[in-house]
Design a protein around this ligand. Structure first.
Ligand code: PSV
Ligand code: MN
Ligand code: MN
Length: 432
């Protein structure tokens, strides 16, 4: 399904009068701080965030699932949904696949289909946290119940290495250039496993996978302190992640998933440290109140998101660069919302936090910091956070032919209804 751009324009036209007034006032306000609104609009336009294939279907908890209908069942349909998101918000132009959930039957055809929507393939995600019922991630038929790369059995470690190599092969054919490795590996009870032995097994396995990567590929390792193992995980925090990355190779980088930190962790400081070591892969954006990644980006801790972007903007506008482009992705799944609506809200929240961080007068902030002006520094940061940059985000979208309000346009155009008409109310199990 492709949207009718004229209809989108008509919907936008209803909001244009007031929008122009708001945009002018904001531009003048920013100008007073020495900030050019046009520059921010350009930067927002360029920030493209990947859509994960597994966020397009309704998520679940272990207590149940409440799918809404019209969900994509095939990789082709998932690509179609990302195409719609791109038309609506202009902020996503790639899709990230999870193998074995998204094994392409014919990678070349799938690549062409994506290109017809203006999409490419972002990082490839391997999956050794479950045994695929079809055996697609267990080439030797062995279970990952007690871990994959950390496993005490060599054959299981070899199997998980092989699975990752298979994922690289799919990715090569699709035109991806990175592999994301998230491991569920760890233990559920004290005494179950030896921390050091597990870590060394994972480290050695990652080195084997790294050797199989093309020379222009990156490997991203993703840390997580709990779940599905609840006593210990091998890659538990950014420190372990950095150790693994450094022990693996130059092109192994640390991915930061916002839902994978213990309560009250200063994530923006983690980001700063990892950047300092030139090992930041990028992000899995989401939000959470208690744990993991199941709430919409920016829905609970928008100030934290803004502070993270503050660190990122400092890096992006600075001279001391890493060799890699940062990888931006959403990683969330929702039990009670239309997944497409949730993604549109997420893209919006990311653009807003980025726009706010771009509106910080950096030289003035540095001056306040150098003069130990504590309240002054805080004021500068808070002033940027309290600036309503929505007119800039809307302008960035409309200049690309996308929607003034993507969520409103999605509803007015009856997209979900149309998808249900086409696909029915079937339940598409896309992953977790
Ligand atoms: C694990 O919680 C995670 O964040 C990893 O990125 C997985 O690939 C993703 O969720 C999907 O389950
Ligand atoms: Mn993640
Ligand atoms: Mn997660």
């Amino acid at each position: 399904m492709k949207l009718n751009l004229d209809q989108l324009k008509d919907i936008n036209s209803k909001s244009l009068d007031l929008h122009q007034v708001e945009l002018d006032i904001l531009s003048q306000k920013l100008d007073k701080k020495g900030i050019n609104a046009e520059d921010i609009i350009k930067d927002i336009t360029e920030l493209q965030v990947a859509t994960p294939s597994w966020a397009l279907g309704t998520g679940a908890t272990r207590f149940g699932r409440f799918p809404g209908g019209g969900e994509p069942a095939t990789l082709e349909e998932k690509i179609g949904d990302v195409g719609i998101l791109k038309q609506l918000c202009g902020q996503t132009s790639s899709i990230s696949l999870h193998i074995p959930w998204d094994v392409p039957d014919n990678a070349e055809d799938v690549k062409d289909l994506a290109a017809s929507y203006g999409l490419r393939f972002d990082s490839m995600n391997s999956n050794t946290f479950m045994d695929d019922p079809r055996g697609l991630n267990t080439p030797k038929g062995l279970s990952y119940k007690y871990g994959s790369m950390c496993n005490s059995e060599e054959a299981i470690r070899e199997q998980s290495i092989q699975h990752n190599i298979d994922v690289i092969e799919y990715g090569k054919r699709l035109g991806s250039d990175s592999l994301t490795v998230w491991l569920a590996d760890g233990s559920n009870y004290p005494g179950q496993a030896n921390f050091r032995r597990q870590f060394e097994n994972v480290q050695n396995s990652l080195r084997e996978i790294y050797k199989a990567m093309p020379e222009d590929w990156y490997m991203f390792t993703e840390h997580k302190p709990y779940e599905p193992n609840f006593y210990s995980t091998v890659n538990n925090d950014w420190g372990s992640n950095l150790l693994l990355a450094k022990g693996t190779g130059e092109r192994c980088l640390c991915l930061v998933d916002l839902g994978h930190h213990l309560p009250n962790t200063n994530i923006e400081q983690v980001v700063s440290r990892v950047i300092m070591e030139k090992r930041l892969a990028g992000f899995h954006f989401n939000d959470s109140k208690y744990s993991d990644d199941d709430l919409t980006v920016g829905s609970l801790k928008p100030y934290q998101l803004f502070l993270i972007f503050n660190e990122l903007v400092e890096y992006m506008k600075g001279d001391d660069k890493q060799a890699n482009e940062l990888a931006w992705m959403i990683d969330a799944s929702h039990n009670t919302k239309d997944p497409m609506e949730d993604l549109l809200q997420s893209f919006d929240a990311i653009a807003l936090a980025y726009g706010q961080a771009l509106s910080i007068p950096r030289a003035t902030l540095t001056e306040a910091q150098m003069n130990n002006d504590v309240a002054g520094g805080q004021e500068i940061i808070q002033d940027a956070y309290r600036t309503d940059v929505r007119p800039l985000v809307r302008e960035a979208r409309m200049r690309q032919g996308a929607a003034f309000s993507p969520l409103q346009a999605y509803r007015e155009l009856g997209v979900r209804k149309e998808l249900i008409n086409q696909r029915g109310t079937r339940v598409a199990v896309t992953g977790l």
